[in-house]
Structures are given as C-alpha cells and as structure tokens.
Ligand binder design. Structure first.
Ligand code: C2E
Ligand code: CA
Ligand code: CA
Ligand code: CA
Length: 273
C-alpha cells in the first residue's frame, strides 16, 4: 500500500482495490475452508554444514484452498489470526507435523512455527502439550520458532507461555533474527535456545559490512550459548562463507526445498541427505 500513497487519491488506486477484494476473498475462503483436508505440512531440512546431513526439519504450512487455490502461509496466517481461526489451524498443522515426525528417523528434530497469537493463548499451548504427550514424542525433539515482533506484542504473557514449552524440554528459537526490534540488551535474558538469522543477511553476504555483522552475530551467540541457524542459503558461495565463519547449521534451497514427507524420506536416503 505504501508505494501507492504518493497522492491524495491513494485510496482509489486499482492495486489497493484489488488487494481489498483479494483480502475479502481470502477471508471468505478461510471461513468456508475444510481446513483438515486443505491444510498440509511440508518439511524443509536443516543441515549440519560440517557433515552435510540433515539434523532436523522445519514444518511449513501449505494451504490449497478449494475456493481460491494455493495461498502462501505468510498471507493466510495473519488473516487467520484476525478471524480467530489460528488456534485450530496451528493445532491441525502440529498434529500433521507430529505424524510426519513419527515416520522419520529418530535423530531428526522438528521445528514448528508459532504465530504471535499462538504464543499468548494458553489454550493453544495446552493443546500442543497434550498432542505431544498423545503422540509420545519426546519434547526434546521439538523446537518452537517464534519471532521477536510476536514476543513484543504482549511480552509477559508470551514469555509465560513459551516457558511452559521450554520447561517440558522443547527448545525455543527466535526466528527472522535481525529484522525485528533487535533488543540486544535482553537477548541474554530471554528463555530461548537458538536464533535463526534472517535470510536477508545471508542474501547479502557479498557485502563486507553484512559479512561482519553475520560473523558478529555468531560470536554473540557463542558467548550467550545460543545455537545459530543461517536461513535462506541458496548458493555454494554463501555456504562456504558461512562454514568458514564457523556456522554449523543452515537451511536453504541449496540443500533442499520444503518437501512432502514421502519426498523427504527419499531425499534422506539419497545422495543429498
Ligand atoms: P519462516 O518461518 O522464516 O520460514 C522460512 C521461509 O523461507 C519459508 O517460506 C521457506 O520456504 C522459505 N525458504 C527456505 N529456504 C529458502 C531459500 O533458500 N530462499 C528463499 N528465498 N526462501 C527460502 P514459506 O513456507 O512461504 O513461509 C513463509 C513464512 O510463513 C514463514 O517464514 C513463517 O513466518 C510463516 N509460516 C509458515 N508456516 C507456518 C506455520 O505453520 N505456522 C505459522 N504461524 N507460520 C508459518
Ligand atoms: Ca520459521
Ligand atoms: Ca525465518
Ligand atoms: Ca519469515
């Protein structure tokens, strides 16, 4: 919308009109969706840069709407929060993710994204915990990914809820690190175990200034005893630079795209895994 706000007639631009219509369509599609059948989970490997082996997978939501087709998660998650549908969506995705995890090697961990609303909703966290027990998955195999902006919305209740997951033995990762509020002063006091450095940094590793920041973030993580995962690795050059800096974990199209579980099983057995 920002790009349209040059003149007084900003609100009448066709692109805004189209977006509003799309948003209405999206809401209608979400409200009428048969979410259990329309939602899927794809898994993207998180690899060890030393061995090249996968040590975990991140669960990524996929929605193929019967009414309007495939919609990116970054778009529908926000709308789902507004329509109060996020709790059931998160629960549905989590159950599907745990079922996938059950057919994968026991050495693989699962990273699962929680939305801003999820982390302040005790009943959602209750359900996640009972599903973990029900599926008899060791909480130690789970990492819950949250963003800094989500934490900031209602800091105290978010901390209370993520502590519940952490007390069980699950890990907490701060996602998209470097893009948010970047409140470095309390990073050492947050109940988190790792950070995921945003792919915008990895994208710009050819810039010496960015390279220094990326190296400094790893140094900071080592001092604070936090794990550090590099996201969005797309080229061999990025991979080699990160490994030379001392990064040990990464994720990105260079290694593998998000895949359905059957495809992932093949990938794990093949030369790429
Ligand atoms: P995210 O958590 O930062 O997830 C990583 C995103 O980067 C994914 O996009 C993934 O497909 C993409 N990606 C991975 N490797 C590369 C790469 O090398 N290059 C590029 N350009 N992209 C890469 P996706 O699946 O479209 O998800 C977008 C965002 O939607 C996620 O960002 C996350 O914030 C949200 N999301 C996805 N699934 C869920 C979910 O189950 N629950 C919640 N609450 N949010 C989700
Ligand atoms: Ca994530
Ligand atoms: Ca991320
Ligand atoms: Ca993101």
């Amino acid at each position: 919308v920002k790009a349209d706000r040059r003149g007084d007639f900003a609100f009448f631009t066709p692109s805004l009109e189209k977006r509003l219509r799309n948003e209405t369509e999206l809401e209608a599609a979400l409200l009428s969706a048969d979410l259990p059948s329309e939602l899927q989970v794809e898994l993207q490997p998180i690899v060890s840069l030393g061995s090249g082996n996968a040590c975990g997978v991140e669960a990524l939501a996929r929605w193929n709407s019967a009414a309007i087709g495939k919609i990116e998660p970054a778009r529908f998650i926000e709308t789902a929060e507004r329509l109060n549908l996020i709790g059931s969506i998160t629960t549905n995705l989590f159950v599907k993710s745990l079922a996938h995890l059950a057919v994968l090697p026991a050495g693989l961990d699962l990273s699962f994204n929680l939305s801003a609303r999820d982390i302040v909703t005790p009943s959602t966290i209750d359900t996640l915990i009972s599903e973990l027990h029900l599926h008899q998955i060791a909480p130690q195999r789970l990492t819950f990914e949250i963003t800094e902006t989500a934490l900031m919305r209602d800091f105290d209740s978010a901390i209370t809820q993520i502590k519940r997951l952490r007390d069980l033995g699950a890990s907490i990762a701060l996602d998209d690190f470097g893009t948010g509020f970047s409140s470095l002063s309390y990073l050492s006091r947050l109940p988190i175990d790792k950070i995921k450095i945003d792919r915008s940094f990895v994208n710009n590793l050819d810039d010496p200034g960015v390279r220094k920041i990326v190296a400094a973030i790893l140094g900071m993580c080592q001092t604070l005893e936090l794990g550090c995962v590099a996201e969005g690795v797309e080229t061999p050059e990025q991979f080699l630079m990160l490994r030379a800096m001392g990064y040990s974990l990464a994720q990105g199209y260079l290694f593998a795209r998000p895949m359905q579980v059957e495809e992932l099983q093949g990938w794990l057995h093949g030369p790429g895994g």
